[in-house]
Ligand binder design. Structure first.
Ligand code: PNS
Length: 167
């Protein structure tokens, strides 16, 4: 990790159901740039089906992976993203972009968030090529049909996912 960071605080928001290696790559890269990173875990995503894991468990999965970074915190939230960012004094919201298919949704979110909070800048980190195909929903689908998800999510997440989907 780089020792020189001076970007203030950034929020990395998401449903993280569950966290993937692609998410962790974005969080790690944000942690290289910003003084503090708050990973915001949406309690109950509005546009998605019920989550597989509770917010508490999704937070715990991420905490275990970022434990070595004292300037990265993980918090659940159930209010507007921009309010959550304000509560933490964040200047920026950082998200990952994988493909053009992400763009339309993120563009809409960007405009809504900008309207409410023009002072908070949304920034987009391009997914690393090795993660550009990776999504939580893809991982869940693979796991559901017995596919190999090792290397796509942290080991403890893979184990819990298999356990959960076996039910
Ligand atoms: O794609 P994700 O991971 O489900 O994204 C979640 C989030 C919060 C990043 C996205 O929905 C967003 O940018 N929302 C902005 C609007 C808002 O504040 N909604 C309330 C969230 S609790």
């Amino acid at each position: 990790m780089d020792s020189e960071r001076n970007g203030g605080t950034a929020v990395c928001p998401g449903s993280y159901d569950p966290i993937t290696m692609g998410h962790l790559d974005i969080i790690g890269r944000a942690a290289n740039v910003f003084d503090n990173v708050v990973v915001g875990v949406v309690d109950q995503p509005v546009r998605k089906q019920k989550t597989i894991f509770s917010a508490q468990e999704r937070v715990a999965f991420i905490e275990a992976e970022v434990a070595e970074y004292p300037h990265v915190q993980v918090k659940p939230f159930d209010n507007l993203l921009v309010e959550f960012a304000r509560e933490h004094g964040a200047k920026a919201i950082v998200k990952g972009l994988r493909a053009i298919s992400d763009f339309e949704y993120e563009f809409e979110m960007n405009q809504l968030n900008r309207k409410m909070a023009p002072d908070i800048e949304s920034m987009y980190f391009m997914a690393a090529p090795e993660f550009s195909f990776l999504s939580s929903s893809g991982v869940k689908e693979l796991a559901m049909f017995g596919g190999d998800i090792s290397g796509l999510v942290p080991d403890r997440v893979a184990a819990r996912l298999k356990e959960e989907l076996r039910r």
